[in-house]
Write a protein that binds this ligand. Structure first.
Ligand code: BES
Ligand code: ZN
Length: 647
């Protein structure tokens, strides 16, 4: 094994290599040889994860085997997790992450092992310390998840499209998988995994891994088997169970969803195979085999989640005209940035999301053309500037790319600083060095760090070694450290094309001057032009002007979720009563955090006009939402049970 990592071994601590350094590599073909069987854990201070209790340099998990029963009546998964561990010979214990798991027993496969669950933190859960014997190499944990496990959402039949069968799905990122899988839940501790999942007979289970066997139905249950032979960050283990059907979209792409959604999903996703091909031309080989997608019920809390081999998608991206499929380009791009080269800690989340946002627009450009991509870049810069303003302005500590998250929830780093400042950084480097050089560099970065954890410091060191190569003038032009370690936006930012939205910007100016609304022009605009127009309108508008917009463009009924959101945000900011039923319909028909949280919180912030509306709407909406979404909205104090942190 040692030889495989010769290049990086100095910076990395590969525990297993110490024992096995005399063994010849057992894998010989190039593609397989670059997948380490036991992925390294970084030993540098910037790679210590404050959101995990694990001490991986003492003892770490490298493989997880789940055998779980999915019980919709008790809303629990239960069974065993068998963990293969790699340890220092003198390690006395291994520490896992545990949030609310009900543990029945832990053995080494034969004899019981003593264990202790430490004090629980509200966000992180508790350390689960298992005592190791000198020869312990395996743990068998028999356990159940709690009915309120935050990673899992259990839907009643009424909450699905088909209304006949219940549904379960998980969301692991950033630190939720510890509520249903007892392992070391840190993105820097990669694990290969396999699973046997027992579900009630009519239902289908899918996971973020290839199937390992044909499903077997017997005695009222079906058993599904999965195997992820590549080491992945544990937040990428995902499951969904429901009435699911599959449709092929191309040689290595396809979509799973409820039967009644299949036609709409497949037609919206028709360009996916082309996207995989385009991404490979830019970033190098797609290393995960198939790229399938699962379109979830409307309560899915995210736009998308890059679960390997099976991206999870909100149904709200289905606009009927493919105008929101940059979401797919984004989740696909994570197959390189995020899933191959993974942020070692959530402080370097921008390495996952900023790189992916950059890559997303390169894929969009290659399929939908330069103009579409330039428009998305421009919307991104607007979002970046807004994020700077919302995070303390140009000197705000949270406007750094590498941010300090100690003592905070990783979701605090989930801002457009990571996505859009991160993406702007790479776009700037691309512009300075030229696209050909930059593309060759990025391919090399992914090749050199495939299936490994990475940090900001590693990225900058790698850029200097392979791109800057001692060129002092280039080093000065790039401002690498300013981008990553300083707040605000460095002066070398490459501006978006000012012509990208020439028409929409003219229309904004005309409307702001009190001119008439050109509804014919709106009819010809792309979704992104419509978004630009709505987002750039003056934030305060009199009722008569809002009436003109609403009546001319029928915004309260618009089906495109992004346009609807942009309109409702403007309307709430102006206490525009005619939009309130539309707000209610929108936030009770889907549970995407990015849409429902800002709208409910804007209502809640307006104590007189908005708050009572927020209270009554949230009472109806809350049962639809995923725990990760209610957890944050509850803090607004809208439901009787939650503490009112604002009062
Ligand atoms: N990996 C993220 C989702 C995520 C981030 C979940 C942090 C939990 C914690 C995913 O790739 C993503 O960025 N989704 C976006 C869509 C994207 C097009 C910006 C979303 O869900 O809005
Ligand atoms: Zn992402």
């Amino acid at each position: 094994m040692m030889r495989l990592f010769a290049a990086t071994a100095a910076a990395l601590l590969l525990l297993s290599s110490c024992e096995k350094s005399d063994e010849a590599p057992t894998v010989t073909d190039k593609a397989a040889a670059e997948v380490p069987k036991i992925a390294p854990v970084l030993a540098t201070a910037d790679a210590v994860d404050p959101h995990s209790y694990a001490k991986p340099l003492e003892a770490r998990v490298y493989h997880v085997a789940l055998d779980l029963n999915v019980d919709f009546d008790t809303r629990r998964v239960s069974g065993t997790a068998t963990l293969d561990i790699d340890r220092k010979p003198d390690a006395k214990e291994i520490v896992l992450d545990d949030k609310g798991l009900e543990i029945q027993s832990i053995t080494d496969g034969d004899k019981p092992l003593p264990y202790k669950v430490g004090a629980a933190d509200e966000s992180l859960g508790a350390p689960l310390a298992v005592t190791l014997n000198p020869d312990t190499k395996k743990l068998v944990i028999t356990y159940k998840s709690a009915p309120n496990a935050e990673a899992l959402q259990w839907l009643s039949p009424e909450q699905t499209a088909g209304k006949q069968h219940p549904y379960l799905f998980s969301q692991g990122e950033a630190i939720y998988n510890r509520t249903w899988i007892p392992t070391q839940d840190s993105p820097g501790i990669r694990q290969s995994w396999e699973a046997k999942i027992h579900v009630p007979a009519p239902l289908t289970a899918v996971m973020s891994a290839p199937r390992a066997a044909e499903p077997l139905t017997q005695g009222g249950e079906t058993v599904f088997a999965f195997n992820m032979d590549k080491p992945v960050a544990p937040y990428l283990i995902a499951i969904a169970v429901g009435d699911l059907k599959f449709r092929s979209l191309g040689p290595r792409t396809g979509v799973w969803t409820e039967p009644s959604m299949l036609d709409a999903a497949a037609s919206e996703l028709a360009d996916t195979e082309k996207m995989v091909d385009a991404a490979e031309r830019i970033f190098g080989p797609y290393r995960w085999g198939r790229y399938d997608m699962l379109v979830l019920p409307p309560s899915f809390p995210l736009g998308g989640m890059e679960n390997p081999t099976l991206t999870f998608l909100t149904p709200t991206f289905i606009a009927g005209d493919k105008s929101l499929v940059s979401l797919v380009a984004h989740e696909l791009a994570h197959s390189w940035s995020g899933n191959l080269a993974t942020n070692a800690t959530w402080s370097d989340f921008w390495l996952n999301e900023g790189t992916t946002t950059y890559a997303e627009r390169r894929i969009v450009e290659s399929i939908y053309g330069k103009k579409a991509a330039a428009q998305q870049v421009s919307l991104g810069v607007d979002a970046m500037n807004k994020a700077v303003a919302e995070n303390g302005g140009p000197t705000g500590a949270d406007t750094k790319l590498h941010i300090d998250l100690k003592g905070r929830h990783p979701d605090d780093g989930l801002t457009d600083i990571a996505y859009e400042k991160g993406s702007a950084f790479l776009r700037t480097v691309e512009a300075v060095v030229g696209r050909d050089k930059f593309d060759a560099y990025m391919r090399g970065w992914f090749d050199r760090h495939a299936f490994q954890p990475v940090t900001s410091a590693m990225f900058l060191a790698d850029l200097r070694e392979h791109l800057v190569k001692g060129d002092k003038a280039l080093e000065a032009k790039l401002q690498l450290d300013n981008w990553v370690y300083k707040p605000g936006i460095p002066s070398n930012l490459v501006k978006p094309d000012p012509q990208a939205f020439a028409d929409a910007d003219k229309a904004v100016a005309a409307f702001a001057r009190g001119g008439p609304l050109d509804t014919a022009q709106w009819g010809k605009w792309s979704t992104d032009e419509r978004l630009r127009f709505l987002n750039k309108l003056p934030r305060k508008l009199p009722k008569a002007r809002l009436d003109t917009l609403e009546q001319g463009l029928k915004l309260n009924e618009i089906r495109n979720s992004e346009v609807r959101f942009a309109w409702l945000a403007l309307a709430i900011g102006n206490r525009y009563d005619p939009a309130v039923p539309s707000v209610e319909q929108f936030v009770t028909s889907q549970g995407r955090g990015k849409f429902v949280r800002p709208l409910l919180s804007a209502l809640a912030d307006d104590k007189q006009w908005g708050r009572p509306k927020a209270v009554s709407i949230y009472a109806k909406a809350r049962p639809l939402y995923h725990p990760s979404v209610t957890q944050r909205i509850d803090k607004l104090g809208l439901s009787g049970t939650a503490e009112d942190t604002k009062s």
